[in-house]
Design a protein around this ligand. Structure first.
Ligand SMILES: Nc1ncnc2c1ncn2[C@@H]1O[C@H](COP(=O)(O)OP(=O)(O)OP(=O)(O)O)[C@@H](O)[C@H]1O
Ligand SMILES: [Mg+2]
Length: 356
């Protein structure tokens, strides 16, 4: 059993990042909070259907109650829309926001942990160093890694209203790149709890409800896996194609195929920009001229040939790439060999994008 006051206290932990960081209780958004039929029932009121943070706030409210309740407590969050001012006719949100973006490219893999986010972040920085206007959307709502990898944790993206009264989120800018991640809206180390459709909506918002303005490249760091979420993401965001990341192990073949198939799924026929072979060889810090091909040489090249797609680049396995990721200083900012590898990758991606 819980009282309304107890539930409201828990919900005071949920801050609306777009409203001067006030909590949802003070903002009057909690219309109903009670323990009923063996579960906690909450109703959140939104001034408009298009609050870009709606999915985030619903997830956070649920998480706040679960965190502060005995294990096994069930939580149900409903939402209502309360128009405050006279409802303005708002055009449907979405694709026109991306109208000024020339190339939208998914960074994908068939398997987790192959270095997708590392490649995505460094490719973004390297493209920016080549003079392109670049944005990166972190579509991994379960394990967003962009804030840490770019040293932008703690940034609070602002929500603004555009000329038509729609709410848009402003991306965070650093290293010449515009970054957006659901990670900016959660406390570090605090896992967000999503149900399938919510996760899907939240990540679409991270792409579609962001004021990217004019960009040459918008990279989308895809979440691990190749499930329904991915296919729906590729269908609903006008992605031109994909860069597939893999590691050289022979087992990766089947994974690459899964990654490629996401973009060549029934009714989806997107361009495969090509393959990136990450961890192609190992170079120890103290022997910078040595290359150890732990899993054999030219695995990436053979794989690319097999799928009939270009090999865009090879990235070595080096300690400095991992450290750069952990410290928020992407390797692509440097002119070390690993930085040079990302620059070469950026040029290959850009060249491929200019082919029709
Ligand atoms: N070339 C590399 N050299 C050294 N470390 C690397 C390299 N690529 C990735 N890593 C490290 O491997 C780990 C996993 O990388 P990353 O998070 O980029 O993978 P991912 O494919 O995005 O994972 P997930 O599937 O969980 O999203 C990180 O600690 C990262 O720093
Ligand atoms: Mg990742």
């Amino acid at each position: 059993m819980m009282t309304e006051a107890q539930i409201l206290d828990m919900l005071r932990e949920v801050v609306h990042p777009g409203k001067g960081s006030k909590d949802i209780v003070s903002l009057g958004m909690v219309e109903h909070a009670a323990f009923e039929d063996g579960k906690v029932r909450i109703t959140l009121a939104f001034p408009g259907r298009r609050d870009p943070l709606a999915e985030y706030l619903i997830g956070s409210a649920r998480a706040a109650v679960i965190r502060n309740s005995p294990q096994g407590t069930q939580v149900e969050v409903e939402t209502v829309v309360r128009e405050t001012a006279a409802p303005k006719k708002k055009p449907a949100l979405g694709l026109e926001e991306l109208g000024q973006v020339r190339h939208i490219i998914g960074i994908a893999s068939g398997k987790g942990g192959v270095g997708k986010s590392t490649v995505a972040v460094n490719l973004a920085v390297a493209l920016a160093r080549e003079g392109y206007r670049v944005g990166l959307a972190d579509a991994d709502v379960y394990g967003p890694s962009v804030p840490l990898m770019t040293g932008t944790e703690g940034a609070l993206p602002e929500a603004i209203q555009d000329e038509d009264g729609r709410e848009l989120i402003l991306p965070v800018e650093k290293y010449g790149v515009k970054w957006m991640s659901i990670g900016y809206f959660s406390q570090p180390g605090q896992a967000l709890i999503w149900r399938g459709p919510m996760a899907c909506n939240a990540l679409k918002q991270m792409i579609l409800q962001v004021r990217w303005d004019a960009l040459d490249f918008l990279l989308v760091d895809m979440p691990p896996g190749t499930g329904d979420i991915h296919i729906s993401l590729v269908q609903e965001v006008p992605m031109e194609g994909a860069v597939i990341v893999t590691t050289p192990q022979a087992v990766s073949l089947a994974d690459v195929e899964k990654g490629v198939n996401m973009f060549r799924h029934e009714n989806i026929d997107r361009k495969i920009f090509g393959l990136v072979e990450n961890m192609a060889w190992f170079t120890p810090e103290e022997l910078p001229d040595h290359r150890y091909y732990l899993f054999g040489k030219d695995g990436g090249k053979k794989m690319a040939e097999r799928f009939g797609i270009p090999l865009l680049g090879q990235v070595p396995l080096v300690q400095s790439i991992r450290e750069g990721g952990d410290e928020g200083l992407p390797a692509a900012l440097t002119d070390r060999p690993d930085g040079v590898a990302f620059r070469a990758l950026a040029r290959a991606v850009a060249a491929r994008a200019e082919e029709d």
